[in-house]
Design a protein around this ligand. Structure first.
Ligand SMILES: [Mn+2]
Length: 322
């Protein structure tokens, strides 16, 4: 049995489960699944994150129970899910000790109770292993729906390189527990607000290819958000448009932050290029096919630096001399 299970079984004090800022379905699904399970086990547990719940995730069972970080209360134990460390919470977290449950490479380690599987398709997969090992019977339809949502979003609906037979085995288990795949897909992917589509329209007008079509990228300026009445979180999935172009090895999305001259960059690969190397060069991180970073500078400066580095990395990784 995993050490974390005994630790949680014997834990008498308060527990706070939290995830990273700009949270996604995997972080939130992991948090909610673990929360409901621990509640069933009679634990004193809260869930919190810094940002608002993304609209398309408002159907997730227990998502109305999520509190805001930072909390006034001090917790005996903090569990960070789907993040490389507590720093990813984006704010202070008040707890005596920490445990990390994650699938990101590297990051911080808090001890022998951590569950970090960098080969796992999603953090909800890691959480599912813990819960199945502990008490499979206690996994209900609500817990299963939260686990399943993280699994399908982090695997791009079973399309990405992180998909293997384990993803389908877990999906089968969760569907047997009552998950309705068509319902989840409809809730997550087919509830776009018209203004989000307007934002996409504006963003698509910036779509350009570089390096003979091997690189494609889009830019979301702050003004686009203002003009369409949308938020940064509404750009979720936009990077898949440049990625979907034939012949593209690396796709990027540059989002202008509220803080002047700061850009959030999402990078996507299609298996041939390790985009994590590009992200880490700029101080970010992630996975081989999906990574991110922040770059400071004007739009033109950031674009030049970014495209230059991607080009260099494609040449290096494909073994072509510059
Ligand atoms: Mn994840």
């Amino acid at each position: 049995m995993l050490p974390i299970i005994n630790k949680l079984k014997n834990h008498k004090g308060s527990i706070l489960i939290f995830t990273h800022e700009n949270p996604d379905a995997d972080g939130i699904g992991s948090m909610l699944a673990l929360y409901r399970f621990l509640k069933k086990k009679g634990k004193d547990v809260d869930i919190a994150m810094k940002d608002d719940l993304p609209y398309v995730l408002n159907f997730l069972p227990d998502s109305d129970k999520i509190k805001k970080l930072p909390t006034d209360k001090k917790y005996d134990l903090g569990i960070i899910v789907d993040a490389a460390g507590t720093f990813r919470a984006g704010t202070d977290v008040n707890a005596d000790e920490f445990i990390r449950i994650d699938h990101h490479i590297g990051g911080e380690f808090y001890g022998g109770f951590d569950c970090v599987d960098t080969t796992a398709p999603s953090t909800t997969y890691v959480v599912a292993n813990i819960l199945r090992d502990w008490d499979e019977e206690a996994i209900d339809k609500e817990i299963a729906t939260n686990l399943y949502t993280g699994l399908i979003t982090d695997t791009g609906s079973f399309r990405h390189n992180n998909v293997d037979e384990r993803s389908f085995e877990l999906a089968e288990f969760l569907v047997k527990k009552g998950v309705d795949p068509a319902y989840v897909a409809k809730m997550v992917f087919e509830r776009n607000k018209p203004n989000v589509i307007n934002l996409l329209q504006k963003s698509l007008s910036t779509l350009k290819t570089y390096d003979n079509g091997k690189i494609a990228g889009m830019i979301v300026e702050r003004d686009f958000l203002k003009e369409t009445g949308t938020k940064e979180e509404d750009t979720e999935g936009f990077v898949n448009y440049p990625r979907s172009i034939d012949g593209v090895d690396v796709a990027f999305l540059m989002i202008e932050r509220e803080e002047p001259n700061t850009w959030r960059v999402s990078l996507r690969g299609k298996g041939d290029i390790d985009v994590r190397k590009i992200a880490t060069y700029f101080g970010g991180g992630g996975h081989r096919d999906a990574a991110g970073c922040r770059i400071r500078g004007s739009k033109e400066e950031v674009l030049e630096k970014l495209v230059g580095k991607i080009k260099e990395e494609i040449e290096k990784q494909k073994g072509v001399t510059v």
